[in-house]
Design a protein around this ligand. Structure first.
Ligand code: PAF
Length: 280
């Protein structure tokens, strides 16, 4: 176990990565907002396979939260995160301040169309501008050869992929599978907000999603299946923001050219918003 070297400024991070780059080491980045769990650690493991050096960023990015959202309440535990990263032999942690990432007078935005349209954007219109901006900054700071993002935030993964492609950012964007609790709930830093009763109910989200996948694969019409799934979620106490079948590559509507399909869902349980998705 080695404690990761902590870099709090972009200059420090670049200086630390320079020697590795000069000897031709491959660098992987795992962008996170901290409150690390097994889902994040699976991204770190994937990064290890892909590269010689792994940088994990920990930054709760204010620009992707709306004023009424949980920016202040978002779980933060730097010491615990660093211990976990140490156990996974991560050499470098990039932990900038808000001021380092967004200095006085900051005036630039990054907006991605295409896959960012609908789904999350219909309910959190600020979200992908904030994600695209911070991920651009993180990738430009570290200039990694690869960056790993979880499929749990599937729309985010598609948006980041499109952004990297459109802006010719020379980083390969890799998606890693969702890690689930034994009862199927997708791991998320926000699961800590759930009360014990809500936590038990939360397992019905992946269960109902999986059943919908099976029925659609079994040949039933999506237009029949999804409204029933929505009703079942509502009967268990979820307030559903969206439950949709989309093209898994473009996130547009499913067409004759569609090669992969995904069901994506966002639903509230009390004050906690859960998202999940599954390939069909
Ligand atoms: O998925 C997350 O944790 C965040 O949206 C990300 C990609 C680290 C950007 O802040």
């Amino acid at each position: 176990m080695t404690a990761p070297e902590i870099h709090r400024t972009i200059d420090e991070l670049r200086a630390a990565l320079r020697p590795a780059r000069q000897v031709g080491d491959r660098i992987a980045m795992v962008p996170t907002m901290g409150a690390l769990h097994e889902g994040h650690l699976s991204l770190v493991e994937r990064a290890r396979v892909e590269a010689d050096r792994v940088v994990v960023s920990i930054f709760v990015n204010p620009t992707q939260f709306a004023p009424h959202e949980d920016f202040d309440a978002y779980p933060r535990d730097e010491d615990k995160d660093l211990k976990l990263l140490g156990a996974f032999d991560v050499e470098a942690a990039f932990i900038p301040s808000v001021r380092e990432m967004y200095p006085q007078g900051f005036a630039t935005g990054v907006t991605v169309g295409g896959p960012s349209e609908g789904l999350e954007s219909a309910f959190r219109p600020h979200f992908f501008d904030g994600v695209a901006l911070v991920v651009t900054k993180l990738l430009l700071a570290a200039m990694p050869d690869v960056a790993i993002f979880g499929e749990k935030d599937y729309q985010q993964l598609c948006v980041v992929r499109r952004m990297a492609r459109d802006l010719n950012i020379p980083t390969e964007i890799i998606g890693a599978p969702t890690v689930r609790e034994p009862d199927g709930l997708a791991m998320s830093s926000r699961n800590v907000y759930l009360s014990p009763e809500e936590r038990r109910t939360a397992a019905s989200l992946p269960e109902i999603l999986r059943e919908a996948v099976e029925r659609i694969v079994g040949g039933e019409d999506t237009h029949d299946v999804l409204p029933i799934s929505r009703q079942r979620l509502e009967a268990r106490g979820f307030k559903v923001d969206y439950l949709e079948l989309r093209d898994g590559d473009t996130l547009g509507p499913v067409t004759d050219d569609t090669r992969s399909r995904r069901i994506l869902v966002a639903a509230w349980l009390g004050k906690t918003r859960l998202i999940d998705n599954m390939a069909v």
